[in-house]
Each structure stands twice: as C-alpha cells, then as structure tokens.
Design a protein around this ligand. Structure first.
Ligand code: SF4
Length: 263
C-alpha cells in the first residue's frame, strides 16, 4: 500500500469536510434525487444545473411523480440544459422504477440512460457504498495525483471521498489551469506537480464540434420553440425536425412539429 497516497485521501476528505461546496444534491441520499442530479450534471456545468435541479425536485419529487408527467412537459422543463435525450431517458427510468422498483445493486445499468458512471454514482452518492464514480474530472485527478491507482477509501467515507474528488477535479485540478501552487488541498507530494509533468499525464479530452451552425444548435432552436409553446413548421428545418422525431423528442402532426406525446 502506498502510505503517501493514503494520506492524500485522508487530507482530501478532511479538506472536503471544511471546504466542500454545499450543493442541493449533497443534502440527500435519495436515489431518485441523485439520479436526477447526475443526469443533469452530465455535460452541463454545476452552476447551471443548480436552479434546474431545485425546480425539478419541487415539481417532481419522486420517481412516481416524474413517471406520471407527460414527456412533453418533461422535455420543456429540461430545455436550457442541453442534450434533451437525457431527459427522455430519465423519464423512462422513472417509469421503470415507479413500476418495478430499483434494480439490484449490480444491475443499475439496466435502467434507461444509466451507464457505468451513473450506476457507480447512485451506489456511492445515494447508498454510500464503497464504489468510486469516475467521470472525466476524476479520471484526470487519478492520472495526476494517484498515478499508482486509487489507494482505497477509509471505512464509511466513500461518499465524502467521491464528492471531494468531484470538487478537486472541477475547481482545483482543472484540465487547462490546475491550481497546483494556488492552494490545491492535496499539493503536498503530488507526483505530477512534483515532476512538473502535469500536462503530459493529463488524459486527452474528447473534442466537441463547433456548436454554432451545428445540428445540435438547430435541434436546440426547435426544442426551445416547442418548450415555449410556439408552433413550428416541419419545413422550417426538415432535417432537424426529422432527427428530433427519430429520437422521440418531438412528434409530427400534419405539417407541424409538436411536443412529444402531443400529436
Ligand atoms: S497539485 Fe496540481 S496536479 Fe496535483 S492534484 Fe493538485 S492541482 Fe492536480
């Protein structure tokens, strides 16, 4: 066992105990709430997610409540977070949970939209199980700060360790501007910072294509109009309309594109 790495984990958890951000999804251990937060946080920054998460949970506080909602209302409430297929999958997952309950602990990925990361997040952030969710930020922290592998979590501290890694990767050990000598809470003994090879060991990010003029933007424009209750002609953007219909995010009604579930 790497005693220095274990000490870094202890330091990280201690730091999180005093400096960790108070985010609304950190005040719950409810699986549905964690699923909502984790789904919204995929590809959307924390600050942007907070108001959406709060109003979502007020409106649909349980999987059963979300399961009863119409898909059109769900997509309209999601508008602004981007990647609306996430909302569609979350809605489907809520219906499965409302009907059959949660899958077994090792079958979370059976739920629509739940991949390996979200399954691990449910286990760690809702169940406080000793399972480490590894997203892009955490993968980067691991490569830089724990190149010999994660040394394990002290008993009963899995939730805090997972959340602390999230904050470390998001706020300190960032991709482009890591704040190694600007107060990083685990700077002491950091292998990458000591070796001066932080950039070299950083895993490459998946490149996002340009948003301006992209199909994603065109789909977003149509989804925004539907969310505002405006009428949208299929002819306005036939390709983007067809792609939304194909993904179940909108429907056709004669010459019109309408909210999914409203045709
Ligand atoms: S010292 Fe630098 S590279 Fe190491 S964990 Fe902190 S921010 Fe990341």
């Amino acid at each position: 066992m790497d005693a220095a790495a274990e000490r870094a984990v202890t330091d990280l958890i201690q730091w999180f105990g005093t400096a960790g951000e108070d985010l609304p999804w950190r005040r719950t251990r409810d699986r549905y709430a964690v699923l909502v937060a984790e789904t919204q946080l995929q590809a959307t920054p924390v600050r942007r997610v907070v108001p959406y998460y709060v109003s979502w949970m007020e409106r649909w506080p349980t999987a059963a409540a979300l399961a009863r909602a119409s898909v059109g209302d769900v997509l309209a409430a999601w508008h602004g977070l981007g990647y609306p297929l996430r909302a569609r999958r979350l809605h489907e997952a809520s219906r499965v949970v409302a009907e059959r309950g949660w899958p077994a602990d090792d079958r979370m990925t059976d739920l629509p939209g739940v991949g390996a990361y979200t399954a691990a997040a449910l286990r760690c952030f809702a169940d406080e199980a000793d399972v480490l969710p590894v997203d892009t930020n955490v993968r980067r922290v691991m490569a830089r700060r724990f190149p010999g592998g994660w040394p394990g979590t002290p008993p009963g501290r899995a939730w805090a360790a997972g959340q602390a890694l999230m904050d470390l990767g998001r706020l300190w050990c960032t991709n482009r501007a890591p704040r190694c000598d600007g107060g990083c809470p685990v700077r002491a003994g950091c292998p990458a910072a000591d070796a001066g090879n932080v950039a070299d060991v950083t895993p490459p990010l998946r490149r996002q294509g340009r948003y301006e003029g992209s199909m994603r933007q065109r789909r977003g424009t149509l989804m925004g109009a539907l969310a505002r209750g405006e009428r949208v002609r299929l002819d306005d953007d036939p390709d983007a309309s067809a792609s939304l219909v194909h993904d179940g995010l909108a429907a056709r009604d004669g010459r019109w594109l309408v909210r999914a579930g409203h045709a």
